[in-house]
Design a protein around this ligand. Structure first.
Ligand code: PLP
Length: 392
């Protein structure tokens, strides 16, 4: 029998983190103790002032449809925040609020990319980029991020890969899964390459912009003419521990913003109203909780990097941002999938590097958005599991 599914569904990928999480939960149901280092979300609770603002909004009647592009107060707060942090002039009409940052990826590709167009994207990188590029029948052009370059771009390679057919360049800094950060010089190469092209756009995924441990976050929008060519993705999930609230946004040219609003009308109608009011408090209220979380991640980064480097067969670079490490596991003698499964059976859930694309082979991704106690427990289990394996 022919498949019941539309042809395009064959090209749609997925995000393995959710599958590994389901597997870990199934093992837990059977009584096994698992340390969760697979899922990419802060283990902290959403700050109280934000939760209070949501409850206040619920009681004030923010329980109905609101404009597709977002509530005016939140669009204004986002425009102010982006203007200040990226040193540019953004207006509320250039902001589209969405349920999480993810829809901005979907809308960028749906609105701008035709079948056959080339799209550059980081590899290893967030798996949804490649999934969506394939889904619309475009050509995925991976930009390999290599350990020898500290997981930043090979600038000469990028220059070569930008062709007449390039329509979109996706960048993500700080990066999931490597923790790599793009420098001003990296961003300048891209900005220079497309300076004379008004048919090429950049999707700049800056969802981890506030989770940075050295230096300051650089945005490609800062280069002359780049604000008009960039769809800037950011949101509340990571910075304010709001993954389950589903609140994110894109900042882009007005003509593109109105197409995104149309896509919102066609899919979600609007983002939840009281959640948006909580977003206003998140951006304009006190920031001490968001800062505390970053300080805590920084301490955990030391624990996990030091611990991994002490394990035979594993070496780990220090990530500069986000809350992931991407250790090299080539000397364990196992590929990343085998090792991931072996560690799961020894009580630690991690993701194989290839969950983030083919250039992720030889690596694992571990999230350190977990307590120091759990990280130490996981390190101990990994060390013992590998010793057992090496002894046999
Ligand atoms: N971009 C990157 C690089 C991410 O890692 C994630 C979430 O894991 C997102 C975007 C999506 O975040 P949200 O929860 O806001 O949809």
């Amino acid at each position: 029998m022919d498949s019941i599914f539309a042809e395009r569904m064959k090209s749609l990928g997925t995000e393995t983190a959710f599958e590994v999480l389901a597997k870990a939960r199934a093992l837990e149901k059977q009584g096994k103790d698992i340390v969760h280092l697979e899922i990419g979300e802060p283990d902290f609770d959403t700050p109280k002032n934000i939760k209070d603002a949501a409850m206040k909004a619920l009681n004030a009647g923010y329980t109905h449809y609101v404009p597709s592009a977002g509530i005016p107060e939140l669009r204004q707060a986002i425009a102010d925040y982006i203007s200040k942090t990226r040193n540019l002039n953004a207006s509320p009409e250039e902001v589209v609020v969405t349920p999480g940052g993810k829809p901005i990826m979907f809308y960028t590709i749906l609105a701008l990319v035709n079948p056959g167009d080339e799209v550059l994207y980081p590899n290893p990188g967030f798996p949804i980029y490649e999934s969506l590029i394939n889904f619309v029948g475009a050509k995925p052009v991976p930009i390999p991020l290599e350990e020898k370059n500290d997981f930043s771009l090979d600038r000469e390679y990028v220059k070569k890969m930008i062709t007449k057919k390039t329509k979109l360049i996706i960048i993500n800094s700080p990066e999931n899964p490597t923790g790599g950060v793009l420098t001003r010089e990296d961003l300048k190469v891209i900005a220079d390459c497309i300076a004379n092209r008004d048919d090429v756009f950049v999707l700049s995924d800056e969802i981890y912009s506030r989770i940075i441990y050295e230096g300051k976050h650089e945005s490609i929008t800062a280069f002359p003419g780049m604000k008009e060519k960039t769809i800037l993705l950011d949101g509340f999930s990571k910075t304010y521990a709001m993954t389950g609230w589903r609140l994110g946004y894109g900042v882009m040219r007005k003509d593109i913003a109105s197409k995104f609003a149309q896509l919102m009308t066609n899919s979600n109608s609007c983002t939840s109203a009281f959640t948006q009011m909580a977003g206003v408090e998140a951006l304009t209220g006190r920031q001490n909780e968001a800062e505390r979380m970053v300080n805590e991640f920084k301490k955990r980064r030391e624990v996990i990097v030091d611990g991994l480097n002490k394990i035979k067969g594993i070496t780990c670079k220090k990530p500069h941002g986000a809350f992931y490490v991407f250790p090299n596991i080539e000397d364990t003698g196992m590929n990343c999938r085998e090792l991931g499964e072996y560690l799961m059976s020894n009580g630690v859930a991690v993701l194989p590097g290839t969950s983030f694309g083919k250039y992720g082979e030889g690596y694992l991704r571990l999230s350190f958005a977990n307590s120091v106690e759990n990280i130490k427990k996981a390190l101990d289990r990994i060390a013992k599991a590998l010793e057992k394996r090496q002894a046999s």
